[in-house]
Write a protein that binds this ligand. Sequence first.
Ligand code: PMP
Length: 384
Amino acid sequence: NYYFDQAATTPPHPDVTRTIAEIMMQHYGNPSSLHQLGEASVQLLRKAREVCAEALDVPPRTILFTSGATESNNLAIKGAALQYSKRGRHIVTTAIEHASVYESVKQLEAWGYEITILPVDQEGRITPKQVLDAIRPDTTIVSVMHVNNEVGTIMPIQDIGLQLKTKYPRVLFHVDGVQGFGKVPLNIKGSGIDLYSLSAHKIYGPKGTGLLFVREGVQLTPLLSGGSQEHGFRAGTENVPQIVGMAKSMRMAVEGRITVAERMSHLKESIMDQLELIPELVINTPRELTAPHIINFSYPGMKGEVLLHMLEEAGFMVSTRSACSSKKSEPSGVLLAMGRTSAAATSGIRISLGNEHTDYEVGLLMEAIRSIVARLRHWKGGQR
Ligand code: PMP
């Protein structure tokens, strides 16, 4: 079987798995304990924080460990909205954010906040001007993802951040960096970013572990009540083994970034070239300014799940959209927001690439897609 669903999750790297297992067995101390086993865990956490900070080129004290990007996004948006509610109760985000951002702002809306959702263009992008135009005296946070998880569109984060901070320095800027980190360069310090979310399992690290960068001086109202771990922003005993595993995967991502992204881009181009030759298909991922690992296409009139299961029978695992919402059979909100027809938005297929893919596997996948589409074409012809 060939796995082409790396945007949903990646297989953990064997070195990461080994590190996690070793720490679970040998360094099981609670970092809050005062004895030597506790102290050993404190040191592991300190080192992991340094490694993660170095990978993001930010100071170690700005890194806050969480259970993943869902928690990071919730904490960034709700934690900041609650903390700064005296300044105002207006939040700006985009129409194609991940559910953990979208549902967070929806919850705030139910609590009396006002939300502006910026529409995206046909490529799934917003402009800095749209953001600036949406800012009001009571706006406290702007949340924009770096790379969209369904189609791979890269948002102009640096332009948005710099223009926002020049004009409205008090408005906080949150970026969901999950699909961009390790694939698309981003200068966190140089982009006016106050809050930045990551998940380890998208970069060969463990599931259920992530981080939130919180720029110095930014305060958050904690969402979990309890101990004073993570500077008091996130209560609960730290998941030391997985945090160390995440640090390792982040270091590997940074070290391998250039060559790996180049290789993935080459495979992506090859897939796009071949998809373009199949007349029935609509390619939803734009050629330019998109991440190297995501390719989304539709076969309008054919449910995405049908194609997905036929591909699975042929030995290829892909996705219909983001894993978190793929159990719903409604059209993709991202594709609709990009102006696709309802038929195209119901038939989206996402191929996502990883470090280990080669031309050979991509060739097999494309062969399978061509043959399945030919069968479906024949079948659809017979239906008329
Ligand atoms: N944001 C984006 C863009 C994602 O792709 C994902 C993972 N589907 C998340 C947030 C949430 O990450 P996790 O499920 O690890 O909490």
